[in-house]
Each structure stands twice: as C-alpha cells, then as structure tokens.
Design a protein around this ligand. Structure first.
Ligand SMILES: [Fe+2]
Length: 294
C-alpha cells in the first residue's frame, strides 16, 4: 500500500467553539468557514487539515491518509480486504462531508477510524492569520500524529505490514516509542506505549521559520496557555519545538527544522533519549489528555 501523506485529522470536543480563536489567534491557522459541522483549520492551500467537531467528550474521530490517485486507493482497498479488514466504500455523502473525490474507510485493530482518500478540495489562496511564514506541508502532508497504543510490536506490524510505512527509529524513554515514515518527513506517525488507553496524544505542525516557533512560544506564554513541554530539540527528527495544550487538552507540537529521510541511506536506530535539550515538562502541567477513539 502506498500512502502519500497525512492528509487530515478529525477530533471531537465539547470545547470546539474555543478553536475559533485558538486556531487563528495562536496557531496562525485560518478557518474554513463553509462547513457547519465544526471548526476547520487550514495550514496551506487545502480547504482544511484539522477538523474540530462539537462532541459530548474529547475524542479522536478519524485520521485521513492521502493516496496519490484512484488506482492507489483501489489497490489499498483490495489489500485491506485480503488481510481481513472490513472496508467500507465512502458514499457520495461521505466524500462530500470530507471534501474529497474518493475514499474508503476501515477500523484498525484498536478501533481507530482510518480514511484513505484522494482529491481533497483546495482553495485558491492561503495566508496565515498571524505574522508567521507558514507551514511545511506539500508532499510531506500536514505534519505528524502521535498515538498512544498499548503495544509497540503490534503497532509496528499494523503500520508497516498493513499500511506500508517504514520504521524511522525507536526511543525507549520516557516510555517505548516507535516512529514511522511514508514520505521524506522523518515521521508521519509515531506510537507510544505511554498509557493503557488507546488514543491521540499530539499533532505536530511544522513551521517554515524558527522565528515562527519563537514568536508563537512567546505568545502562548503571554496568553497564559498551558504548555505540556517546554522548548526543546528532539534527538531523532531534530525538531525544535514546544508542546501546547489545546482547548480540550490534547497537544499541538509546534516545531521547526524536521529531518528528511532518504530511504536509500537511512539506518534504523534505537536512541537513548527523546531530546538533545529541553522538552522539559512544565511545572503547572496537568497529565497529558489522551483523546480516546470515538
Ligand atoms: Fe511529535
């Protein structure tokens, strides 16, 4: 199966309305106001990249994986069926709701809803809502997503054998983590055996300029927002980033300088620590909120 990139992510939260300001005023992401079923954040010319739907609780609703074309989607559907997954074809209504040309849907062994799609709607222009340079997307996709799953071996079996990701590396501290890539971005998905629950831990947005991370960090401090982790630099993807808590509690990693992988030379490693420096928990931080699966 050939997934091109992470296309979109959908979450639910009782605090969806707060994203109307959190997105544009803090993250610098304009809203796409055409849909009426949530708050849609834009990172680039795509109509949206993160959808925040009003819900009775905080939850991860769906992960959208971009396939290059209809043929890649069809091949993926056949492969999944051969492996025993119940694959649902996206109806015209489903496609309309996600603003894509075609899609299939299935649940993974942990009941997370995966949507494979092609042809996401684009708009004519994009401009960040704050004075930042913008987000690194394109063929690298929206960023990365990190999930809490109970067991890494089973996660690797699924993401590598079924979804076709390649292992980037492993880190064992502060809990076992595995990182996977599907394009040159060091990791598009990572999994941490961090809690007995299954769910969403954070989404990473990559900025084009280190100053964007610095000025946003200052803004978050000034606004009194909760950081989950202070500024730091990761040892594996070299990302300089901080982690801010979103309305509802899951984290956004706001970063710059992510490593690109050349598969012909890449060597999988096991690293002793997650960060060269920083990324310290902030003293006022409550424990991370993992968004369970809807
Ligand atoms: Fe991350």
């Amino acid at each position: 199966m050939k997934i091109s990139s992470l296309g979109y992510v959908g979450v639910g939260t009782p605090r969806a309305k707060e994203w109307e300001s959190f997105g544009p005023e803090i993250l610098g992401t304009p809203l796409w106001t055409e849909p009426s079923d949530g708050v849609y954040l834009r990172l680039d010319e795509r109509a949206y990249r993160i959808a925040v739907h009003p819900a009775g609780r905080d939850e991860l609703q769906y992960i959208g994986w971009e396939m290059g074309n209809p043929t890649a989607l069809e091949e993926a559907a056949s492969e999944l069926q051969e492996r025993g997954f119940a694959v649902e074809r996206g109806s015209a209504d489903d496609c309309k709701r996600r603003h894509v040309e075609g899609m299939i849907v299935f649940r993974d062994p942990w009941k997370i809803r995966h949507e494979l799609f092609y042809g996401q709607r684009s708009l004519m222009s994009f401009r960040p809502t704050r004075d930042i340079s913008g987000f690194v997307t394109g063929e690298l996709g929206l960023g990365h997503i990190v999930l809490a799953l109970p067991e890494l071996a089973a996660a690797t079996k699924f993401f590598v054998d079924v979804l076709g990701f390649r292992v980037s590396d492993y880190i064992d501290v502060p809990f076992p983590l595995a990182f996977y890539h599907c394009n040159p971005r060091h990791h598009t998905i990572a999994v941490g055996a961090m809690a007995p629950v299954v769910g969403l831990h954070h989404i990473m947005l990559e900025l084009k300029d280190l100053n964007d991370v610095g000025t946003t960090y200052d803004l978050c401090r000034k606004q009194g927002l909760q950081f989950a982790m202070d500024l730091g630099r990761h040892s594996n993807d070299r990302m300089v980033s901080f982690y801010v808590r979103t309305p509802g509690g899951f984290e956004i990693e706001y970063g710059w300088g992510g490593l690109l992988i050349d598969d012909s030379k890449w060597q999988v490693q096991r690293l002793p620590l997650p960060s060269f420096w920083g990324h310290n928990p902030m003293s006022q931080s409550p424990p991370t909120t993992i968004y369970p699966v809807s």
